[in-house]
Design a protein around this ligand. Structure first.
Ligand SMILES: [Zn+2]
Length: 589
């Protein structure tokens, strides 16, 4: 038997980075955009309904075409950021994408500037129905948008400004090789491998692995300081230029969630921090420790944590989707059988995991850094859930393809629940069940409480940077204070955690994304409770939720599966499920 190839088959998109097919696509975009601009620039307001619809469809068709090579370049760069050809292609695509955005942004602006009555007349035009959410989405930003030439300048300067800092962050982080002694043998590790050692049975190994990881970031404190300060300053300047009242407001408008609803979500979460502290104390007892350190949170509770080879893991994940719905199972299996997944960690490859949905006509891809732990197994289920969502929503057109951000984590977290439940149901050994329960509880803590801590930190980073340059000590102080809210006196933070803020890429790539995890986790606990109560009757609504992609608002999308996200009790219901899991664990102990 040959070893299966666990890297991406990117030839599903293009034969090679130097192929004529790719070149033909890339060189076609500027003429396309120029023609579009010539046809519609300063004319959107004067077009009749059917001409306007044609313009939107042309615009959408361009988006579909452009997604493919840009995502291809991103996949190559993520797989090996040290490869000079990939770097060149990735940079070329960023620059081209930037020029295209400048060329085309007039279209959004002119749609935004349409007089209200003209806009409403177009909305009443029957064939525009498919684009209402997209159009209303653009107009939400109407009070915060500048004139076309100003927007063009901002977009243009981003390339050497905020985007350059973001790229520097990626390249620096991916270049790190860590050296540490393990089992009497000093060797090199990737960052992912070190973080996986937080699941090691030895308390000393966990401490050294996490400290080595964090201190390495500390050695590059000058760069991280510049990246974080400049990201925050850039955002502060945009807020001022665009008249936003708070750093989170643009994200919340994009998410179609009122500021107060987000604050409510976080406040309910913070009111439940005691649950996490109760679990941390219980875990310290299970490990026979006086007090947990934050490098011990993911320590295995069984003497030897079960490890899963990739083929076993793949089978378990596919089976868990298959037993929920054979269609889901087949879609998930295709990622592996068609090699649309890059599995193993290596130097130069981007850390963590992601799923990339390209467009309704191109297949999505997954990136993993599989090391064999239970958590990695859950990550496969998670990213496969994103992949499934990207496939099922391909019935939408490009402008309606991507799920609204608060719902973007629904299928992924639901997929993890399917896997956990299947494993708990099939596991006779109480020790393994205990491990599974701990893993699930830790995961819920990480996606709800921790994400709220991250969001509070991020908020303070932005607010306090507005007062002047922040030193690394000041950033660390904010970081440790916000973490202390969660840990209380139940967990001690290790000294190197001073640098804990510096590696979290969400702060750099997707501002205020983190609360979406909290939103999604609690929403999924509610969905899962409904599934447990209703069985098969639940399934069509949930499939409709996934299939609707970004065609309607988050509120309307959740309603398809019978969930009311304006229900003030929804979040507490989620934490009640968590409290139930902790009780169940206490019984086994
Ligand atoms: Zn995710």
């Amino acid at each position: 038997m040959t070893t299966p190839d666990l890297t991406w088959n990117t030839t599903l998109l293009y034969p090679a980075p130097d192929s004529p097919e790719l070149e033909a696509d890339l060189s076609s975009f500027e003429p396309l955009a120029a023609t579009f601009r010539e046809r519609y620039f300063e004319k959107v307001a004067t077009r009749n309904d059917s001409e306007l619809l044609t313009a939107i469809r042309d615009y959408e068709a361009m988006q579909t075409l452009m997604a493919k090579p840009f995502c291809y370049a991103h996949l190559l760069f993520a797989s090996d950021s040290g490869n000079a050809d990939y770097r060149f292609l990735s940079q070329r695509c960023s620059e081209l994408g930037n020029r295209l955005s400048q060329e085309l942004l007039f279209f959004d602006l002119e749609l935004m500037e349409l007089e209200d009555d003209r806009f409403e007349r177009f909305c009443a035009f029957p064939e525009s129905a498919d684009y209402l959410h997209f159009l209303r989405g653009i107009r939400k930003f109407r009070p915060h948008t500048l004139k076309e030439n100003e927007e063009r300048l901002l977009t243009r300067k981003d390339l050497t400004g905020v985007s350059a800092f973001s790229k520097l962050f990626d390249e620096l982080s991916a270049s790190f090789v860590y050296r540490m002694e393990l089992d009497g043998d000093e060797r090199d590790f990737t960052g992912e491998e070190l973080l996986a050692l937080l699941h090691h049975t030895s308390a000393d190994v966990r401490l050294r692995a996490f400290s080595t990881f964090l201190e390495r970031h500390g050695e590059h404190g000058i760069v991280f300081n510049a990246v974080f300060n400049n990201m925050a300053l850039d955002h502060a300047q945009e807020m001022e230029l665009r008249n936003y009242a708070s750093p989170m407001q643009p994200t919340n408008i994009g998410n179609e969630l009122p500021d107060a609803a987000v604050e409510h979500l976080m406040a309910v979460t913070e009111a439940n921090f005691g649950l996490a502290q109760e679990y941390f104390r219980l875990k310290a007892q299970m490990l026979g420790m006086q007090k947990l350190r934050n490098c011990d949170i993911y320590a295995p509770v069984a003497a030897a944590e079960k490890s899963y080879n990739f083929e076993e893991a793949r089978t378990m994940v596919v089976d868990s989707y298959m037993s929920y719905d054979p269609e889901f199972g087949r879609i998930v299996d295709a990622f592996f059988s068609e090699r649309r997944v890059d599995v193993m960690p290596r130097t130069g490859k981007t850390g963590g995991a992601f799923a990339m949905g390209i467009s309704p006509v191109d297949p999505p891809f997954l990136l993993l850094n599989y090391t064999g732990t239970l958590r990695d197994l859950a990550t496969i289920a998670h990213e496969a859930g994103h992949g499934l969502h990207f496939v099922i929503s391909q019935q939408q057109s490009s402008l309606n393809y991507h799920a609204p951000l608060p719902l973007a984590e629904t299928a992924s977290v639901f997929g993890e629940m399917l896997l956990t439940r299947r494993m708990l149901d099939n596991e006779p050994d109480p020790l393994v069940r205990k491990s599974l329960l701990c893993a699930k509880i830790e995961d819920i803590i990480a996606t709800t409480f921790r994400q709220t801590v991250l969001t509070r930190f991020e908020l303070r980073l932005h607010t306090e940077r507005a007062q002047g340059l922040l030193s690394n000590d000041q950033i660390a102080e904010i970081w440790l204070q916000e973490n202390a809210e969660l840990y209380g006196d139940a967990v001690e933070m290790i000294p190197a955690y001073h640098w804990g803020w510096s590696y979290i890429s969400h702060f750099i790539h997707s501002r205020f994304y983190c609360y979406s995890y909290t939103f999604a986790e609690l929403l999924v606990l509610a969905l899962f409770k409904k599934f447990s109560d209703e069985g098969d009757a639940f399934k069509p609504g949930y499939r409709n939720l996934l299939a609707s992609g970004g065609a309607i608002s988050p509120t309307d999308t959740a309603a398809l599966a019978g969930i009311d996200i304006s229900d003030g009790e929804l979040w507490q219901k989620g934490y009640d499920v968590l409290a139930g899991l902790i009780e169940e664990l206490k019984k086994i102990c």
